[in-house]
Design a protein. Structure first.
Length: 628
């Protein structure tokens, strides 16, 4: 046991093997040997040994708990929950089993049951920091953010160095627009990332910091913590030639989700004579229209929720996938461990996460000349690929409803200027809000139209408005509507979309422009803060991308005071929508395919990944190596 406690797995394994050889009925040795084998990658053998320990001692609660841990890693979540249940039945005060059960029930989205399980854990052990942390995650899933924040705080008070707790507290605070501690949280995030202290979710860092060096360091630390030792690669350098280039898109978001809204038409338009597309879905099947459309759009569509990371990687390898595209990065329900096994010769970070994944097993990241130019390479582990226009695709089939609601129906005043920002609340910051409130005070009768994200954010934003001398009722919150088409149509009621920084609107800005609403942005340093600028360039409205927040505020005020100028911009946006590259789906698809062909050709030639630019040369698309 001492060898195992100090992490000497080889010595511990040898010891337990000897014990079992002499005493085959020794259930403790079988149990711990199973844990060792599982943790060192021999998962089936490890699980079999844990089962052997249970067979030898059916009332072995600890073995049932570890069996649950193993099954959870294998994505056999229902079986894992049942195993934790058995551990608790055998040992009713088994605190760790309650906490683990809560965590797996959260993954199953059985949030109320999960919360009850974690509540039982902290009732039994009031100083159990990990259980308070798990409880916070569950409460976030229930959108009970104030309680989640308190639970994360409690976890940190009990164990200040708890692995993910501070990053999740920061995430929770930003979603609620709880700004009283924002400066302190931002400073600590930067310090912890620089010192490799806390494990911060890279998406959280993008929302707080506009520092590309810290973004890279954060991602590298996260990968090191979450994946650990990289397993042996399934692809070992060989080459092959399929009849068509096989592209596998991996995502948790093939459902009613912004990523799906962007990518659906792209999948449908891929040249089937040259490319075979495979959808690897490890997210929720919501039974919706978008899920059905995407499952039809791919040549092959596989739901792998019930398969382990190793099993999915083996599947990709067996299919001889040429290009594996991770559409999640480090967003919700991501599974980077799949590609850590190197199932494909070409592995790409695209669309879902606008930053480096910090992982040596990802070869390329796809951007464009504005959002992610080649000179940003020092901040990216992946090699940068510049698409010729904006890197965001668009589904042109999802059009605004023919009839927009009346202003009164949306809770907006009949007269007065409507500033709008339908971004998620976690993208808002006090500095931007200061600007927005000054605009409301200066532009008489104006309102700020925001997305109804969560109750605490609404209350906090109204309080912040009042603290800045603005009537809180001038903040109007738009509730969720039934369809994306209805949401797009209501954009017509607004006059100007105000973007956020350091994380821009991405799908949200694309929606606004597609619906005919001008977007005002400020160009940041990082990929996340430059996408809206790229969108505006590709739609022929570069003057709406400002270089500083001072310019941003001045231009917002000027446009609010000059109806004729704003009308001209709206008219130009309407003309350009079908004439310029931003919403040209065929052009976008050809450019992306050219990037895949360039990557594929480099592999076929035996070369390493390299950054390059895809140039549109009518009527063909060519890829130029960096520096060529």
């Amino acid at each position: 046991m001492s060898c195992l406690q100090r992490g000497d797995f080889a010595q511990a394994e040898e010891t337990y093997e000897e014990i079992l050889a002499k005493s085959p009925q020794e259930f403790v040795a079988a149990h711990f040997l199973g844990i060792i084998k599982f943790q060192t990658g021999r998962r089936e053998a490890g699980l079999a040994l844990i089962d052997r320990a249970i067979a030898l001692k059916p009332d072995y609660a600890e073995a049932y708990n570890n069996r649950g841990n193993a099954l959870r890693e294998l994505k056999r979540l229902e079986e894992a929950a049942a195993s934790y249940d058995k551990a608790i039945a055998l040992k009713p005060d088994y605190v760790m089993a309650y906490s683990n059960r809560g965590d797996v029930l959260r993954e199953l989205r059985r949030h109320e049951e999960a919360l009850a399980s974690c509540d039982e854990a902290v009732a039994l052990k009031p100083d159990f920091a990990e259980a308070f942390h798990n409880r916070g995650l569950i409460l976030q899933g229930l959108n009970r953010l104030e309680e989640a924040f308190a639970s994360f705080e409690r976890a940190l008070a009990l164990k200040p160095g708890l692995k993910h707790a501070f990053g999740n507290l920061a995430d929770c605070a930003s979603k609620m627009c709880q700004w009283d501690r924002r400066d302190a949280i931002t400073a600590k995030l930067a310090e912890d990332i620089a010192a490799d202290r806390s494990v911060i979710g890279p998406l959280v860092a993008l929302g707080y910091l506009d520092d590309q060096a810290l973004h890279r360091r954060c991602a590298e630390s996260f990968v090191k913590s979450e994946i650990g030792e990289i397993p042996p690669p399934l692809w070992r350098g060989e080459t092959w030639r399929n009849d068509r280039i096989k592209i596998a898109y991996l995502s948790a978001d093939f459902r009613e989700h912004p990523v799906a809204y962007l990518i659906a038409e792209l999948i449908e338009r891929h040249d089937r004579a040259r490319f075979e597309t495979i959808g690897i879905s490890f997210g929720l099947d919501d039974g919706g229209e978008m899920r059905a459309r995407l499952s039809r759009a791919f040549d092959v569509f596989v739901d792998v929720r019930a398969q382990s990371d190793a099993e999915v990687a083996t599947l990709l390898s067996s299919l001889k996938v040429d290009v594996a595209v991770d559409l999640n990065g480090f967003t919700q329900d991501c599974r980077p461990k799949i590609l850590s096994r190197r199932p494909a010769p070409i592995q790409v970070n695209y669309l879902g996460f606008p930053g480096t994944m910090g992982a040596g097993f990802i070869d390329y990241i796809i951007g464009d000349r504005i959002a992610l130019p080649l000179d940003r390479q020092p901040f990216y582990v992946e090699k940068i690929v510049e698409l010729p226009d904006c890197c965001l695709p668009r589904d042109r089939l999802r059009r605004p409803s023919d009839v927009a609601p009346a202003r009164a129906d949306a809770g907006l005043p009949q007269q007065g200027f409507v500033f709008c920002s339908f971004n998620n609340s976690w993208k808002f910051s006090p500095r931007l809000f200061d600007i927005w409130m000054r605009l409301l005070k200066t532009v008489g009768g104006s309102v700020l139209w925001l997305r109804a994200d969560n109750g605490p954010a609404e209350r906090n934003l109204r309080r912040e408005a009042q603290a800045r001398g603005v009537d809180p009722n001038r903040l109007i919150f738009a509730p969720r509507v039934k369809t994306v088409e209805d949401h797009l149509a209501r954009h017509r009621l607004a006059d100007l979309f105000l973007d956020t920084l350091p994380y821009n609107a991405h799908t949200t800005a694309s929606d606004a422009l597609w619906a005919g609403l001008p977007v005002l942005t400020c160009t940041g340093q990082s990929f996340a803060g430059r996408v809206a600028t790229s969108l505006l360039e590709a739609i022929g409205l570069p003057e709406l991308a400002t270089a500083t927040l001072t310019e941003y505020e001045a231009l917002a005020l000027a446009l609010a005071r000059d109806p004729a100028r704003l009308a001209e911009i709206k008219a130009r946006l309407a003309r350009n929508r079908d004439a310029l590259p931003l919403f040209d789906s065929d052009r976008f698809c050809r450019g992306l395919e050219a990037a895949y062909v360039r990557m594929w050709g480099r592999w076929q030639e035996g070369g390493q990944a390299e950054g390059f630019v895809v140039e549109t040369l009518s009527p063909t698309v060519q890829a130029r190596p960096r520096g060529g």
